[in-house]
Each structure stands twice: as C-alpha cells, then as structure tokens.
Design a protein around this ligand. Structure first.
Ligand code: AMP
Length: 542
C-alpha cells in the first residue's frame, strides 16, 4: 500500500521561491570585484534569478546544458546558482586557480555552452576562449559601462545587459528531482580531473541536513559568511542552506586577506563563517597583531584540511567562538561529518572536550560510513583501529561525469581515499590519506602532474612528488629526484623548468636529490617509505 502524501519533486527553484516568500527582506551583502559593498535582498535575488532563466531560454539552451562560471562569491554568482539550475540547466563552477590549460581541458570535457566570469578573470578568459571549443556565449559579470571594448572575446556581453531587460516573471519548470543541477571537477584523485554531478534531490537533501543543529546549525537569525569559494563544492552547500533557512548572506568577493574578512565579519554582524584553515590563520594573525575582538561571530566551520588544534583553542579560548571541525569531499556534496559535542561531553573538563573537538566529527544523518582493512573486512569503531574510509548516502556520487575512471564504488560504498579511525561514539578521525595527492591551502595539487613535468626534464631519471607539512598552507609539494647517470642538474634549474607548465602555486617548494627512490615489488614508488626516509626534512619555505 502506498502512502497518500503529495509527491513533490525536490527542486532547487523551490529554495529561492521559499526565500522570496518567507524571507523576502533577508539581506545579501557582497564585496564586489569593483571594491564596493553591494546590498540586495532575497526578493531581488529571486527576481534576477528568473531574469537569468529567461535569458538562458532566449539563448535556446537545452535542458541539461552546462553553464560555466569563473566567479568569486557574490550576488551575481548566487543568481546564477538559482537561475541556471532552477531552469533545468547545469551550473558548472570552474576553479579560477587552475592553470589555463587545465581550465580549457575541463571546460571542453564538460562541454560548457556559456561562460559567465568576473572581470578579474578577464585575463584567464582571454587566454582560454579560443581553445574552449563548445562555449558559444561569453558573459562578463558587470554592467554595460564596465565592459571592455577591445577584449578580443567574440560576442562578449555584460551580465546586466544580458539579463537586466528580461521579464521578471518565469514559471520554474517541474522535472524529475534526480536531474543534474550542478557540477564540480576535482583533482583529488589520480588521473585527469573528474566531475561530481550533483542532482536537485541530492542538493536539497544535503542543504537540509547541513542546516540541522548538530551540523551547521543555520537559522533565519544567522548572518552567514562563506569564505569557502562558490567554485569549491557549491561553497559547501551554504547558499542553498541559507535560502532554506532565510539566513542573511555575506559574500567576500575576491578579498580573502585577514583584514578584509575580519572587517566584513564586524560590519555585517556575521554570526557564522566557513572556510579552510589557511584563511582563518591569516585572519587570526591580523586579529592578534591589532588586539582585535569579534562582536558577533558565534561559530565557524573549518574543513577541507585538518584543523590544527591550536586554531580550535585560539577561536574557542581566546575569542569565545565555537569551531565546528568538519570533513567532507567534492564527491560528497561535501558534508560527511561535523564535530559537535554530545550531552555526555558537556561535563568534561576543557582538555577532555578538546580531545573530542580535534576529531573530524560525527556522521550527519544521510551519510553512512565504515572503515575497512586491506582484505576489505570492516574494522571496529574503537578509536584505535584505522583503515580505508568508505561512505554512502543520497549526496555521495555513484560515478563520475561521463563514467571517467570507471565505477568507483566498492560493493555500493564510495572509497574516500582517506584513512581514519572511528570511536565508539561515532567520531571520525582522519589519520592519513591513501590517495596520492597534495592539498595546499584547500586546493589540490596532483603529484602525478608534478612528477610528469619533472620527468620531462632531460636530466631526470625518476621523480616522486610528496606533500610536506607547512604552517600556513597545511601541505606544500616537494619533488624528490634521481638524476640520470652523469647528468648535472641544479635545484633552481629544475624549479625554473616548471614555470608556465602548471599554475604557479602548484610548483614544488623544493627539490631533493636522492640516489634511489624506494620501489615496491611491482615497481611502484613507495611514498610511505620515502616520507619515512625524509622525516627530518624541513621545508625551506616553512
Ligand atoms: P575536496 O574534494 O577538495 O573537498 O577534498 C576532500 C578531501 O580533503 C578529503 O578526502 C580529505 O582528504 C581532505 N579533508 C577535507 N576535510 C578534512 C578535514 N577536516 N581533515 C582532514 N582532511 C580533510
């Protein structure tokens, strides 16, 4: 017997409809590329999202066509979040920090039809547009007066001219909630970048779970600052959870330095902020230097890399701000665990509480997880046994876009490439990474890409790229090199060889010359052994 409840598809358009109707006056504040502060409301965002949808219809874009963005966090990007997905197209948020060649590869792979970009990314668009073979329309996120006359980009239009005169009415289409809504490429795996393709259903369920009290605890009383970029896993779902709860949104634009972020928190009475540890380190440094205090900030979610315990205590003890240490992945929309205390922890002393808070946290409802040993046997939740971490749930991918990399699932579970323990209370702690990648300031560096570039140098016989701990960036790459017999190669020469072949920040910080790289039985480089050999090494940049 079926239940007798209405079956309404879970669509992203319903979020902005809700925000408009119930929180129409709710504020959206953005620091713009132009440098000024822009203010509008959910009512404005809703109307302009519908205008975007009309403009996309006018371009004859089909259902499921990809619309790409190269944009900072701001109100126009938010309008595209709702206008593109709400009208049945797929929002593809490109990462502007990548090398132009990587951007071209990704845009062509995703077959983007439209590219909307912030003016600060004009140089990138100039460098890539001729090679992006599927993009038919280039839209600069500015008004007509700021549009450069001589960009050399064919048919370039300003966003305001493109959507500003469109009708404010639009009937959001109804379709299957499993339809694709947005996509994000990740280099957090080996091989080419791969895309997680989110659906309307996965996005809404994730936003719902993310807003819950034991997750990010969002409400209409919050003023929310996502420092985490909207091009990185939909800013951890915050734009959707904010519309669902009617929270005020504050967008930092391109200004991510400590002073700009602190000033915005104070001027916009931010209660909740989200970002990777590197961003908070810059902000705490600025505050410590100036003897500054927060007046409204209550909590901050920190994830993307392990949050250093000293950062948790600085926020908590020095500034009275609760840190929600969280773990997730692009492939998980991204939320998997958030560290909030249980009732039994409340009576613990400060150091015992801290021992809980430094963990990555408890699984939120909707994400199931387990750890397994090399034979695939499930390990106990005792806080000691560590193994490969697997997850499943309605906002975890089942495969990558276009089937890249084959089926990633192991008996229905997604292998995260992280190694973890889980304790008896269900708190996850990441202890290591089995995937061969490096994360610097919240962004991936593919060790394989670095190795391939080094190997292309005529004096290099073998190269291994490994991540080394760095106080600001969490990890930085170094390349360990075996020279060809009789070859002469200096550190500086090899580092110069990387110039122009990869993004500047992906170039290794150092070269270590070594006689031999340890190899396993199958000839694979044994990086665990290599790291062990180099355990006393200190980065020159640290
Ligand atoms: P991304 O797909 O870029 O969001 O990166 C996801 C990966 O970042 C995870 O698989 C982890 O390796 C790492 N990561 C994310 N959050 C944390 C955290 N709180 N602690 C340690 N590693 C993390």
């Amino acid at each position: 017997m079926l239940g007798l409840m209405q079956s309404q598809q879970l669509l992203i358009s319903s979020l902005i409809d809700f925000a408009e109707r119930h929180h129409g006056e709710g504020e959206i504040v953005s620091r713009r590329v132009e440098g000024d502060i822009h203010r509008c409301s959910y009512k404005d965002i809703a109307r302009r999202s519908r205008q975007v949808a009309n403009a996309l219809d006018g371009m004859q874009l089909a259902f499921g066509d990809r619309v790409a963005t190269l944009a900072w966090n701001g109100y126009r990007h938010l309008e595209l979040y709702f206008g593109v997905s709400g009208s049945g197209r797929v929002l593809h948020t490109l990462n502007p920090r990548l090398h132009p060649d990587q951007i071209v590869w990704i845009a062509n792979h995703s077959e983007d039809q439209v590219l909307c970009f912030d003016m600060s990314f004009l140089p990138i668009v100039k460098a890539v547009h001729a090679r992006c073979t599927t993009i038919k329309h280039f839209i600069a996120l500015c008004d007509a007066t700021n549009l450069p006359a001589d960009s050399g980009i064919p048919g370039l239009q300003s966003y305001e001219a493109w959507m500003g005169n469109q009708a404010a009415q639009y009937a959001w289409p109804e379709f299957d909630e499993n339809s694709a809504s947005s996509m994000c490429y990740t280099s957090g795996t080996t091989g080419n970048p791969k895309a997680a393709l989110y659906s309307h259903r996965s996005t809404i369920l994730h936003a719902w779970a993310g807003a819950m009290p034991d997750a990010l605890n969002m409400s209409a009383r919050d003023s929310v600052l996502p420092v985490v970029p909207m091009f990185h896993v939909n800013a951890w779902g915050l734009p959707y959870s904010a519309a669902m709860t009617g929270a005020k949104m504050v967008f930092p634009g391109p200004a991510m330095d400590g002073k700009s972020i602190f000033d915005l928190i104070e001027s916009e009475k931010v209660t909740f902020a989200a970002g990777v540890p590197t961003v908070w380190q810059m902000m705490l440094g600025h505050m410590q230097q100036g003897g500054l205090r927060f007046s409204t900030l209550k909590r901050t979610v920190i994830g993307g890399s392990a949050c250093p315990p000293a950062m948790i205590s600085a926020f908590n003890d020095d500034y009275g701000v609760e840190v929600l240490h969280a773990w997730g992945m692009t492939e998980m929309s991204p939320l998997g665990t958030v560290c909030t205390l249980k009732n039994k922890h409340l009576s613990l002393d400060a150091s015992q509480k801290m021992a809980v808070r430094i963990k990555q946290g408890r699984g939120i409802y909707g994400v199931d997880m387990k750890i397994i040993d090399e034979k695939g046997e499930e390990l106990p939740w005792d806080g000691k046994a560590y193994g490969d971490l697997l997850v499943k749930g309605p906002w975890v991918i089942r495969e990558y876009f276009k089937g890249e990399g084959g089926s990633p699932l192991v008996k229905g579970w997604f292998p995260t490439g992280d190694v973890a323990t889980i304790d008896a209370d269900g708190y996850l702690q990441i202890t290591d990474r089995s995937k061969d990648v490096i994360k610097s300031g919240g962004e991936w560096i593919s060790s394989i890409d670095v190795e391939n570039i080094a190997m292309a140098h005529p004096a290099v016989a073998m190269a291994a790229c490994i991540g080394m701990k760095h106080p600001k960036w969490d990890e930085r790459p170094v390349v360990v090199v075996v020279k060809k017999p009789g070859a002469d190669l200096a550190r500086e020469e090899l580092l110069a060889f990387f110039e122009g072949k990869t993004a500047k920040w992906q170039i290794p910080d150092d070269v270590i010359f070594i006689d031999a790289i340890p190899l396993g039985a199958t000839g694979k480089m044994q990086k665990v052994k290599l790291r062990e050999t180099l355990k006393d090494y200190h980065l020159p940049t640290a």
